[in-house]
Design a binder for this molecule. Structure first.
Ligand code: ADP
Ligand code: C5P
Ligand code: MG
Length: 217
């Protein structure tokens, strides 16, 4: 039994190579589709610097090496963040007497699952996913974007050497996850080259084709 029921909680995974635009497009998707955005990388970076965390040093070295942090850590961070959101939603729902909407949420989980074991473990113990949005982007384009982001991001891994390692991890370890979901007919693949607006238009069109509707407010 999973911690959250897929009838009450919608989970959409957002995958794509480093620099494909996951974080950027998440902003658009949150605005128009009512998603709660959870980035596995952001949660890991927050845990890395959290006072009292026993995982700080470990996370830092995995991130710099572009390796996948052991799944127990990442899944626990995601599962707890989901629980917090649902708790807040349910409080709001009670306060506003919105009985039917109480406790429901649509999660966009960015940068996860990056390894097959994470995918299986998360879907079994936390919540099965509805589908995966996959941003498909050539390495030359992603590399350019990341080196530019590195000028201001302050991230330990936005440098040429870490970027090379992250690309390798993506091809060897994360693409098999996309392929597995593809085999289940659960991938929406979008070409992620061109401007931010062009990519988002493609995402909207493919969501519409699959019957994924914007949130109505
Ligand atoms: P990811 O979360 O997949 O690693 P980001 O959304 O952080 O990628 O994007 C990486 C960098 O590229 C950021 O600096 C972002 O502003 C920039 N970026 C994102 N999408 C585009 C795009 N379509 N065209 C040009 N730059 C982009
Ligand atoms: O998605 P993002 O680029 O922010 O991820 C940064 C790094 O965080 C990854 O290169 C990896 O080291 C780590 N990570 C992970 N497992 C995930 C997501 C991110 O180990 N599911
Ligand atoms: Mg990101």
């Amino acid at each position: 039994m999973s911690r959250f029921s897929p009838t009450e909680t919608t989970v959409v995974f957002l995958l794509g190579g480093p620099g494909s635009g996951k974080g950027t497009q998440s902003t658009n998707l949150v605005r128009d589709y009512g998603f709660t955005h959870l980035s596995a990388g952001d949660l890991l970076r927050a845990e890395q610097v959290r006072e009292g965390s026993q995982y700080g040093t470990l996370i830092k070295s995995y991130i710099t090496e572009g390796k996948i942090v052991p799944m127990e850590i990442t899944v626990a961070l995601l599962s707890n963040a989901m629980a917090e959101t649902l708790e807040e939603n349910s409080k709001k729902g009670t306060a506003q007497k919105q009985g039917n909407g109480a406790g429901k949420a649509r999660f966009l989980i960015d940068g996860f699952p990056r390894k097959l074991d994470q995918a299986v473990f998360f879907e079994e113990t936390v919540c099965p996913s509805e589908f995966t949005l996959f941003l498909d982007c050539p390495e030359e384009v992603m590399e350019k974007r990341l080196l530019k982001r590195g000028e201001t991001s302050g991230r330990d891994d936005d440098n040429a050497e870490s970027i090379r390692k992250r690309f390798r991890t993506f091809v060897e370890t994360s693409m098999p996850v996309v392929d597995a979901f593809e085999g289940q007919g659960k991938v929406i693949k979008v070409e992620a080259t061109g401007s931010v607006e062009e990519v988002y238009e493609r995402i909207q069109a493919s969501f519409e084709a699959r019957g994924v509707r914007p949130a109505s407010f």
